[in-house]
Design a protein around this ligand. Structure first.
Ligand code: PEP
Ligand code: MG
Length: 592
């Protein structure tokens, strides 16, 4: 009998595969004596295993680079260094020789001692680095045990990663071949784990409570990112129907790519600009495939996560923004300045924790306090902006002074760069995220300082409703259609209009085709969403009527609860006739 675990679907799609428990991969080793005449062979076997491990890590490095970029691939360099670490290698060889034990046993003894030392270090960051050593240890033990292919790379079919939680370096495991889905015990809809899964186009269900202790390695699973559940031990009929849905998904995605050149325009000619949110420069390819008109949000903090605790250099900032800006041409790319802190792995960067980090020293507050972090970013940005079309966006703004401070820094740093003989362009649009109720309520004031707004509903909902966006136990209360949220969005759009500046919405809410109509009705003409949602949102907008949407949005403003708004949308928009995606009514109209 199959069993269904309910969670939150945070990245669309269905996956059928066998389970790989991410943090429970220990290869058993038993002590085996080696006769004196075989000692030299055993040491050679250890070196051969190292060579094989090196080959595997290098090929994994290549795949990670293709999918996530050089910054993430660089994490694997640490593992390559460990494979060749002189102390590890010589102590293991010595143990084989003197103790006359098998290579696997010698290695597990020596590396075990190193790992115990890591565990005792107080610094959380260094402690976590022990994970790299553990990965290498397990890889070598697996090879020495005669199993040639790593669990997640086994050729016997697709794998669904199951974990209690994911850290930033786990992105590497997700980028492995054959990984088709992700299931975790914890996390909320807009947690960074969810964003990562979307960036990698992996169906994902999170908030599954105890899935990682219920599932065993190798268990057959169906993961349904659309409906938010994980099926353990599925019946053959369930597998057949899941496979049919996978095929349908693929067909839909192909149709979306085919329609990616069509404008997102309502039947009565209201045009919406659709841009993409990305975390890795490599996602540009996908953004373009699905017809993004530029990048509406590049989350630059992801640059840090792959380097922590090292800070990215000015040159790395420059190269990254230049590559994004050039790939976007002729559309603009909006680079968001570092949004570190809150739930975004603060300790990874600063090895520091706060009692209430979501209300603490995060995002622009942190940047203005830490020139060593912020100035290299601004300098890299200014240099790249001299060569391509970039805009800068500040996260978590709560005070007008933060905007003027950044503008001043841009001016000063541009002058310094020029004095150093480097090209710099400070005359870029400087916008702000509206993601705190204070900014929404004071948008008319902030609009006098900022060149554009982008409404970050992921945080705006969290702060307005006092609901932690990453906590599944309150995820039911995380309501994008809450009257307070709708009112704030309207207020921000009106303030932008009065100030004559553009306003976009880049929270996950914009990626949901059910909400796209309401947002257009509220006056939004720019949305920025994860690449894979561009197609469905474009298609939905093309089915709707702008005038009707304005009336629905006005009615939504009078509703007393999120569920009332939901029923209103379901009732009003159900009747809008879908339109085939391969026709362009705007062109017909122009022709007429
Ligand atoms: C938001 O808060 O809506 C947003 C887009 O930013 P992030 O999800 O990176 O916090
Ligand atoms: Mg945010």
């Amino acid at each position: 009998m199959s069993e269904r675990l309910e969670g939150l679907g945070v990245s669309a799609g269905v996956a059928v595969g066998t389970a790989v428990l991410l943090h429970a991969q220990t290869v058993p080793v038993v002590p085996k004596p080696v006769p004196p005449e075989r000692v030299a062979d055993e040491i050679q076997r250890f070196h051969d295993a190292r060579a094989q491990a090196r080959k595997e890590i290098e090929s994994l490095r290549e795949r990670v680079r293709d999918q996530l970029g050089e910054q993430y691939a660089g994490i694997l360099d640490a593992q390559l260094l460990i494979v060749d670490d002189r102390r590890l290698v010589s102590l293991t060889a010595q143990k084989i020789r003197i103790g006359r034990v098998s290579a696997g046993w010698a290695l597990s003894e020596v590396s075990g001692e190193f790992l115990r030392a890591f565990d005792q270090v107080e610094d959380e960051y260094i402690r976590e680095r022990g994970g790299e050593l553990r990965d290498v240890q397990q890889r070598l033990l697996r090879i020495l045990g005669g199993n040639q292919t790593p669990k997640t790379e086994m050729r016997d079919g697709p794998k669904v990663i199951v974990a209690h939680n994911l850290g930033p370096t786990d992105a590497i495991a997700l980028a492995q071949q054959n990984v088709v889905g992700l299931a975790t015990d914890v996390g909320g809809r807009t947690s960074h784990m969810a964003i990562l899964a979307q960036a990698l186009s992996l169906p994902a269900v999170i908030g599954l409570h105890d899935a990682s202790s219920r599932v065993q390695d190798g268990d057959p699973l169906i993961l349904d990112g659309d409906r938010g559940h994980l099926v353990l031990d599925p019946e053959p009929a369930e597998v057949d129907s899941a496979r049919e849905r996978i095929d349908a998904h693929l067909a839909r995605e192909t149709a979306m790519v085919a329609a990616s050149g069509l404008p997102a325009i309502t039947r009565d000619g209201v045009e919406v600009v659709l841009r993409a949110n990305i975390e890795f420069p490599e996602e540009m390819r996908m953004a373009q495939r699905f017809g993004a008109q530029g990048i509406g949000l590049y989350r630059s903090e992801f640059l840090f996560l792959s380097r922590a605790p090292e800070l990215p250099t000015e040159e790395e900032h420059y190269q990254t923004y230049l590559s994004i800006g050039q790939a976007c041409d002729p559309h603009p790319a909006i680079i968001r300045s570092l949004d570190l802190g809150g739930e975004k792995y603060f300790h990874e960067v600063l090895a520091q924790s706060e009692p209430n980090p979501v209300l603490g020293l995060r995002a622009i507050r942190l940047c203005l306090k830490r020139p060593d972090i912020f100035l290299p970013q601004l300098r890299g940005f200014l240099r790249a902006a001299a060569e391509c079309r970039l805009q800068l966006m500040i996260p978590l703004v709560t005070r007008a002074e933060e905007i003027t401070a950044v503008r001043q820094l841009l001016k000063e740093q541009a002058e310094i760069l020029r004095a150093e003989g480097k090209a710099a362009n400070p005359d870029v649009p400087l916008g702000i995220m509206i993601e705190v109720p204070a900014a929404a309520l004071a948008a008319d004031i902030f609009g006098q300082e900022a060149d554009f707004f982008s409404i970050g509903t992921n945080d705006l909902i969290q702060y307005a409703l006092a609901v932690d966006r990453g906590n599944e136990s309150v995820s039911r209360l995380y309501e994008p259609l809450h009257p307070a949220v709708i009112r704030m969005i309207r207020m921000v759009v009106e303030s932008a209009d009065r100030n004559g500046i553009p306003v976009s919405l880049c929270g996950e809410m914009a990626a949901d085709p059910r909400y796209a109509g309401l947002l257009v009705g509220l006056g939004l003409r720019e949305l920025s969403i994860q690449p894979r949602s561009l197609g469905p949102v474009r298609q939905r907008i093309r089915e709707l009527d702008g005038d009707h949407l304005r009336r629905i949005a006005a009615d939504a403003g009078k509703c007393g609860s999120a569920s009332e708004v939901e029923s209103l949308l379901a009732h009003e928009l159900a009747a809008d006739a879908p339109e085939p995606v391969d026709e362009d009514p705007a062109m017909d109209r122009n022709a007429g």
